[in-house]
Design a protein around this ligand. Sequence first.
Ligand code: ADP
Ligand code: MG
Length: 245
Amino acid sequence: MTDKNILTIKHLKKSFGQHEVLKDIDLEVQNGEVLTIIGASGSGKSTLLRCLNLLEEPTNGQIIYEGKNILDDDFDRIQYRAKVGMVFQQFNLFNNLNVLDNCTVAQISVLKKDKESAEKIALKQLERVGMGPYVKAKPAQLSGGQKQRVAIARSLSMSPNLMLFDEPTSALDPEMVDGILDIMKDLAHTGLTMILVTHEMGFARDVSDHVVFMDNGVIAEKGTAEQIFGQPENPRTQEFLKRYL
Ligand code: ADP
Ligand code: MG
């Protein structure tokens, strides 16, 4: 298939009880692009990302990946999740496992790699993010910035087709932020498809192909990084971005 979209999201809705958090979201994500989602706290950014990798079950709509609706009953969710990496604000490492094992466990259990080749791949990714010297450390011995590097290496060890980042620098001490942003910038330049939620607007402007502004469960505006940051049209977008001037 020559579909230029890696994901096509149609009429996506998500409610928690009576509270409709995502209201009819339509969105296309092109292969190789960096798409950034911005918006106020509570606007539904995390819920959208969590629906995309099926950590949340959408109430309605379709998410088409490689021509298939990932919400269909017969869709292979385990293989899909293996190909969609996610990096969280709070790292979500396996605290009982050392750094290396954090990066091999899913390769072995889901991708059925043998231990040796999983470790080789993990080491390569850990070195790439500057964590080569820490393979035997446990997460509790690491700083926030180091934990986030491991979380990124863990995702990359799965050879993802798509990476989701949910405020990966929001829980970090300020001096740790740039290192993580630099790693993400490098990844973007490799052509990996990335969807990210961030409040780092300078970074977002730099790396994003498209930017989506979410407001109260809807996509209030979508455009190129230049359009959204340079000439936002929606008054709500303008109002939101004023806070970051
Ligand atoms: P954002 O990431 O933009 O800050 P979220 O997607 O986390 O927004 O949350 C959007 C809304 O959905 C908020 O009102 C939040 O309280 C609600 N919400 C998120 N997750 C749950 C949940 N598991 N149960 C109930 N409400 C939730
Ligand atoms: Mg969030």
